[in-house]
Each structure stands twice: as structure tokens, then as C-alpha cells.
Design a protein around this ligand. Structure first.
Ligand SMILES: NC(=O)c1ccc[n+]([C@@H]2O[C@H](COP(=O)([O-])OP(=O)(O)OC[C@H]3O[C@@H](n4cnc5c(N)ncnc54)[C@H](OP(=O)(O)O)[C@@H]3O)[C@@H](O)[C@H]2O)c1
Length: 382
């Protein structure tokens, strides 16, 4: 017990010292981003030593830590993971260090990830936000591969998520994938009702087109769009998604911000993914030949980081953070060392010109392999 208390005390002190180190560079970085966006007067908010950002505007606004935490890999799709106790301990560390945005989904497991998030995080209700996602059909605890965002199913999934998350209201409920059989306006109406009932506070969409975002937002204002975005996948810069987020005041949450671990530099052509619990072995970009070729990109990030004392994971996250003050990446990890490393990204202050240079260097290296296989690709961009 005594040991536990002194460990917690150490963590608190470390977090406070860490905060003192981190604040100024982040203030500068956010200011720089604000200048770039023509909003130079906006001053960044720091809470519990952690810089905060706001996703969405008006009644849809949600203030969260500048970096969130993706819970998925603690039970699903990222090969082996530590036992539940160790995962809960790591999630508590993240809370202690000021993280207030945790991301899960019904399909992760399925269900096991929401159970874990509920058990670990429900005690912090009101202080942090556990966001979750509906859409992928789950029957008897198994994903069917179909989408179902019909009114009755969304209502039922919401009730079931509330139970697993051990809460009475979901701070941000995303549609995980577009449902071709349910018009987006109907989904928005369903969510609007759930918001009126207090079961959901805000909502978001994943991997949809700018047109869908506009239609959905007109019915019920969106807080965030969550889509893949990192130095090896920049579609949202070209397909109008970031533009419409900027125009409508919607936040953006880049998922897989380290490209599923690849940009962290710990994956090579010999890496074996657990075929029973890792989707990376199904992705063209994670086949050995593609990994070998794309390692040039990791090397470019490492070169950039070496002169600045940054790891390649920190370069990947820092590049996303400086893109706009309404962007909040959600890296996932099962390791305390990676949690610390990822959060420490906020301590670095890299000039805009250096980021542009990195962008040009990386853009000159062709990315080998698609990010998704044909089946997964069919589900995005509607
Ligand atoms: N909306 C969607 O459709 C969607 C899709 C995918 C993911 N997501 C969300 O996004 C979150 C993150 O995505 P993700 O897990 O796919 O990708 P990610 O965050 O880019 O990468 C996670 C992987 O990177 C490793 N990692 C983390 N920090 C590292 C570091 N500093 N150095 C080296 N490796 C590091 C982790 O392994 P260790 O455990 O060893 O650290 C883990 O295997 C998920 O948890 C989920 O909430 C959403």
C-alpha cells in the first residue's frame, strides 16, 4: 500500500515536472497553428498540466487533452497484449498524466474493449471522456461484416454501450462506418433524439465524404470526424474532409496516427502479426515487400528526429498536432514507455518551415501498398 502511494506520488511529481517542461512549446505550437488559421488571438488552455484542444463548436464543443488514447489495441487487432490488470493500470496512468480522451468501439473485440474501458475508466466520469462507435453489426458478440445504423439498432447499441461503459451518457458517439441502407439524415435524427434524452452528448462520423459530413451536420451538429491521417496517408487533405471541418467548425481526430505502429520504427519485414488478433496481416501496406520499401519513410522521420532529440513516433504525432489546433490524434499503446514517449511529443517546438521540409521529403518517397484491402476500402469515403 505504502509502495503504491509513493509510486503515485512519484507519478504526480513527474507529471507536474513534465507539465512545466511541456507547456511553453505547446503554447507556441498552438499559437503558430492559430496564426496559420487566421486566429492568432486564441490562447491555448492548459489543464492538469496538459494542453487542451476543443473539438467542435457551440453546443457540440468538447474540450479534451491535445493527445488522446486509443484503447483498441488493448484487446483487439494489435496482436498480443498485457493482461487486464496491466491494461487498467496503464489507462489509469494516462488519466493521471492528464489524458481526457479515450477511444473505443463496439466492434473492438467485439465488446471486450468497451468492457475494459468501462471497468478502467467509469470511476473518472465527468473528468474524462470515453468515446465509442456504433455501426458495424454485432450479433451474439460476433461481427457480421455488415453495417446497421438503422434507428432501432442505434438505439439498442447505445443502451448496450452505456451498460458496458458503466455510465448513463456517452460524451461522443461516432458512426463507425457509413451504412448504405440508412440515409445519413436518418442517423442524424436518431442521434438527435438520443441527445435530447441525455443518453448521448455529442456525435461524430468516421471515414465519410465531405458531402455526407455537410448533410449530417445540417440535421445535428457534429463534434468530430475520425478518419485515418498520418504522413503515409493524407487523403483528408485532398478529398475536402479537412476543408469542411475547418469551414463548419468540426474537430478532427486522426486514427492510427502512427500508422498502426509502423512509423514508430518497431516493425520490419520479419514482424509476425497474430493472425487471430491483428488485422495488419490483411493490409497490403503490411506485407513484407511493402514494409521493406516503406521503411525508407520511417528512416526519413528518424533522420528528422535525430537532430531534435525526437523519436519517429514523436515526429509522426508532432506533424499531425501542428496541422491545426482542432486536431486531436489518438495513438494506442500497451506500454508505459510508449505512453510517456507519445505524450512527450507535446514538449517539442519545431518551426513550421522544418515541418514543411519533412513533408516534402516524405512526399518524394512513394508509399508501397494500399492502406486497406478491397473489402475494407468499399466501406470508406461515402
Ligand atoms: N475509426 C476507425 O475506423 C478506427 C480505425 C482504427 C483505429 N481507430 C482508433 O485509433 C486508435 C489508434 O489506432 P491504431 O492502434 O490502429 O494505430 P496507432 O496508434 O497508429 O499505432 C498503435 C501501435 O503502435 C505502437 N506504438 C504506440 N506508440 C509507439 C511508440 N512510441 N513507438 C513505437 N510504437 C508505438 C503500439 O504498440 P505498443 O502497444 O507496443 O506500444 C501499437 O501496436 C485505436 O485504438 C482506435 O481507438 C479507429
Amino acid at each position: 500500500m505504502k509502495q503504491e502511494i509513493s509510486r503515485r506520488h512519484f507519478l504526480k511529481v513527474a507529471a507536474t515536472v513534465g507539465a512545466a517542461l511541456t507547456i511553453q512549446p505547446v503554447v507556441n505550437k498552438v499559437k503558430a497553428a492559430n496564426v496559420a488559421l487566421g486566429d492568432a488571438n486564441a490562447s491555448p488552455v492548459i489543464k492538469n498540466g496538459m494542453p487542451c484542444r476543443t473539438l467542435g463548436t457551440g453546443r457540440a464543443a468538447l474540450e479534451v487533452s491535445a493527445l488522446g488514447f486509443g484503447v483498441m489495441g488493448m484487446t483487439y487487432n494489435r496482436s498480443q497484449h498485457p493482461d487486464k490488470k496491466a491494461c487498467i493500470r496503464l489507462l489509469h496512468e494516462a488519466v493521471e498524466r492528464g489524458v481526457t480522451l479515450f477511444d473505443t468501439a463496439i466492434i473492438y473485440g467485439p465488446l471486450t474493449n468497451e468492457y475494459l474501458a468501462g471497468e478502467a475508466l467509469s470511476a473518472f466520469k465527468g473528468k474524462i471522456n470515453v468515446t465509442t462507435k456504433f455501426g458495424h453489426e454485432v450479433i451474439d458478440g460476433k461481427g457480421t461484416g455488415r453495417q446497421d445504423s438503422s434507428r432501432a439498432t442505434v438505439r439498442r447499441y447505445c443502451e448496450e454501450s452505456l451498460k458496458r461503459l458503466r455510465t448513463d451518457s456517452i460524451p461522443l458517439f461516432y458512426q463507425h462506418r457509413y451504412d448504405p441502407h440508412t440515409p445519413i439524415e436518418e442517423v442524424a435524427e436518431t442521434i438527435k433524439e438520443l441527445i435530447q434524452k441525455g443518453k448521448v452528448q455529442r456525435w461524430g462520423l468516421c471515414e465519410v465524404s465531405a458531402e455526407t459530413i455537410r448533410k449530417a451536420h445540417a440535421v445535428c451538429p457534429l463534434t468530430a470526424i475520425q478518419s485515418e491521417y498520418h504522413l503515409m496517408h493524407r487523403d483528408v487533405e485532398q478529398n475536402g474532409v479537412l476543408d469542411i471541418c475547418r469551414e463548419l467548425g468540426i474537430g478532427f481526430v486522426p486514427y492510427s496516427p502512427i500508422n498502426r505502429g509502423f512509423l514508430g520504427g518497431c516493425i520490419n519485414e520479419y514482424t509476425v502479426f497474430d493472425t487471430a488478433n491483428d488485422n495488419r496481416h490483411t493490409l497490403p501496406r503490411f506485407q513484407p515487400d511493402a514494409i521493406r520499401a516503406n521503411t525508407r519513410i520511417v528512416a526519413a522521420l528518424q533522420r528528422f528526429g535525430r537532430e531534435r532529440g525526437m523519436t519517429s513516433a514523436q515526429v509522426a504525432l508532432g506533424w499531425l498536432l501542428q496541422k491545426a489546433p482542432w486536431i486531436v490524434p489518438i495513438p494506442g499503446t500497451t506500454k508505459q514507455s510508449h505512453l510517456e514517449e507519445n505524450l512527450h511529443t507535446l514538449a517539442f517546438d519545431v518551426p513550421a518551415e522544418a515541418w514543411s521540409e519533412l513533408e516534402r521529403t516524405v512526399a518524394a518517397i512513394p508509399v508501397v501498398g494500399d492502406r486497406y484491402n478491397a473489402e475494407q476500402q468499399k466501406q470508406v469515403g461515402h
